[in-house]
Write a protein that binds this ligand. Structure first.
Ligand SMILES: Nc1nc2c(ncn2[C@@H]2O[C@H](COP(=O)(O)OP(=O)(O)OP(=O)(O)O)[C@@H](O)[C@H]2O)c(=O)[nH]1
Ligand SMILES: [Mg+2]
Length: 562
């Protein structure tokens, strides 16, 4: 495997593992990475740095692939014949000095014939003769395709008879940007020279600007040199077999693999979304959570009043009762509301306020956020997980907040104003009667003195009655005022319950939105890492080839699916 590819594939695999474990990418993304071709021509050799150029004859059955290899070798290596298909194995024609690596498992050894030679001429080239790619024999076709990944230069052989409707070419077109291509119109003795031009036109249409095409004839004697350009085939391979040629064609394969890797990374980034997607999700999530809070608040009001009504056991002052009657705090306690002042403000008292209905509203909110996540094309699983971590705790959190709110409100019923005024009335209830008593005492002493020394009449019953009245009035006025100001426990309880519920729901909403924000941060981190990796892949693709191999390559086919 070329040096640049292995580390990038390994980094990508690590990233995909992480993203998949967190639920951000799915099996289809993973499959796309796995589909990036790992196999390369260098895998075949023990010393990839000084490996030969791998040239292989591919094509339909009977076009003369084996005959061409035999011509290269100058001897009958591969079986040729009238039986179709003839070749059922791959023949590798290789110099004896070149050491093969252990063959990858997808290349069956029992269907590979390695023929060693000592011809210095082909020291730098490994020739392959593959079975037909359009075979009725599935095995043949699979074997030929398995070897393709290990080929630098594909010598694609056609015959004048079938070059137009060539099933093999349709199979191979999807690989046209992955190799160097040299096209051979063999059996030219059976066709017309214009057919080669027609074939060249078809190749240009397929994306090969200047297709390298030779005509050959493998029967002796060849009709004329124009019909047998075998020497041109050999010269072309000669021109590419240098170290620079090998490197340049290896780069063609590498670029194709890196393009696939880049596409796999880009596809894997889609479920992570961009800033705009997450902003839209934030807005939608805030709206869904806000609606859920308002719905739960409104739907729990009746139950809140029921709980608050349990504190309405004759404790309400006349003012509170009056104001209730007038409207503002009108309580419509359920007919079967438990009566009797609760002795203990415990969790059970507020527990009934959070029921299955409330929890269903939280679940509906989570569903709404998940649907929006999917609509935006983001991975739903991690967002859902982040939400559910909080959603499960909402009931307990709200109950606890309501409990706290109720206790705090009951501990300090009424408003700050009424509490202040009641402190004044409390003081006046003692102070005014005491003042009245002092005045009565003073008047009694003065009257007694006047009667004893001045002859005035002694104080009579009228004085006594008025004195008692004065003292009573001095006490009764602040007492009555205090009674009027005494707050309603029921109203205090209702206020505490409402406040606690609001605090609990707001807290739950914030926690839920924080969960979404957490998922967003996780996605952003993964995305940054993936973008760095994609940039490195792009940079590796940019390096220019050491040799111009433009005539031998074409851009990726648009006619065939990858
Ligand atoms: N007339 C003519 N016959 C040829 C030519 N080249 C090969 N043949 C014959 O065509 C037949 C098939 O040749 P092979 O070399 O076995 O063809 P192949 O492409 O290897 O076929 P498979 O192994 O079945 O895929 C043989 O009988 C050859 O003698 C040619 O240029 N002209
Ligand atoms: Mg053959």
């Amino acid at each position: 495997m070329p040096d640049a590819l292995a580390p990038l594939l390994s980094r990508a695999a690590t990233w995909f593992d992480r993203a998949a474990a967190a639920g951000w990418i799915d099996a289809a993304n993973r499959a796309r990475l796995d589909a990036v071709e790992h196999a390369t021509p260098a895998d075949l050799f023990h010393e990839p740095g000084s490996r030969p150029l791998v040239v292989a004859f591919f094509g339909g059955t009977g076009v003369g692939k084996s005959s061409l290899l035999n011509r290269v070798a100058g001897q009958a290596l591969a079986r040729t014949g009238v039986e179709r298909p003839t070749s059922r194995e791959v023949t590798v024609y290789l110099h004896e000095a070149v050491r093969l690596a252990e063959l990858p498992t997808h290349l069956p050894v029992e269907r590979t014939q390695v023929v060693r030679h000592s011809a210095a001429r082909w020291r730098d080239v490994a020739w392959l003769d593959a079975p037909d790619v359009d075979s009725v024999e599935q095995d043949n076709r699979a074997l030929a395709l398995a070897w393709l990944a290990h080929v630098d230069l594909v010598c694609y052989v056609v015959s004048p008879e079938r070059y137009r409707d060539d099933a093999g070419w349709r199979v191979l077109r999807r690989r046209q940007h992955r190799h160097g291509w040299l096209f051979v119109m063999n059996r030219s003795d059976e066709g017309d020279p214009t057919q080669a031009d027609d074939f060249a036109r078809i190749l240009r249409e397929a994306g090969f600007e200047r297709p390298a095409l030779v005509s050959t004839c493998c029967v002796e004697p060849a009709p004329d040199s124009a019909r047998d350009e075998f020497n041109r085939l050999v010269e072309t391979v000669d021109a590419l077999r240098s170290a620079r040629g090998v490197e340049a064609l290896e780069r063609v394969g590498l670029r194709a693999r890196l393009a696939d890797l880049h596409a796999a990374l880009r596809a894997a980034m889609l479920p992570l979304g961009g800033d705009a997607d997450w902003q839209r999700l934030d807005i939608a999530a805030a709206r869904a959570a806000g609606q859920a809070v308002e719905t739960i608040l409104a739907g729990t009001e009746y139950a809140l009043r029921g709980v608050a009504a349990r504190f309405a056991t004759g404790d309400s002052g006349p003012l509170a009762r009056l104001s209730k009657t007038i409207g503002g705090l009108r309580t419509a306690a359920p007919a079967d509301a438990p009566t009797g002042h609760p002795a203990v403000v415990d969790a059970a008292l507020v527990g009934e306020l959070w029921d299955d209905w409330s929890q269903a509203k939280v679940a509906a909110c989570a569903d709404a956020i998940e649907i929006e996540t999917r609509k935006l094309g983001l991975a739903a699983a991690p967002v859902r997980r982040a939400i559910e971590q909080h959603a499960g705790r909402v009931g307990d959190e709200v109950r606890s907040a309501v409990h706290d709110g109720l206790r705090a409100a009951l501990a300090r019923p009424g408003t700050a104003l009424t509490r202040g005024l009641r402190r004044v009335t409390g003081f006046l209830m003692a102070f005014l009667p005491a003042l009245a008593l002092l005045w009565v005492a003073y008047a009694a002493v003065r009257g007694f003195y006047a009667a004893a020394h001045g002859g005035a009449a002694f104080l009579g019953g009228a004085f006594a009655v008025h004195s008692v009245l004065l003292v009573v009035i001095a006490w009764a006025v602040p007492w009555l005022t205090d009674r009027l100001l005494r707050p309603s426990l029921e109203a205090a309880a209702l206020r505490g319950l409402r406040g606690g519920l609001r605090v609990g729901l707001d807290g739950a909403r914030d926690a839920l939105l924080a969960g979404v924000a957490g998922a967003r941060a996780e996605a952003a981190e993964l995305r940054r890492e993936c973008e760095r990796l994609a940039a490195d892949v792009s940079a590796a693709r940019e390096a220019p080839p050491a040799l111009d191999v433009a005539p031998f390559v074409a851009p990726a086919s648009t006619a065939a699916a990858h």
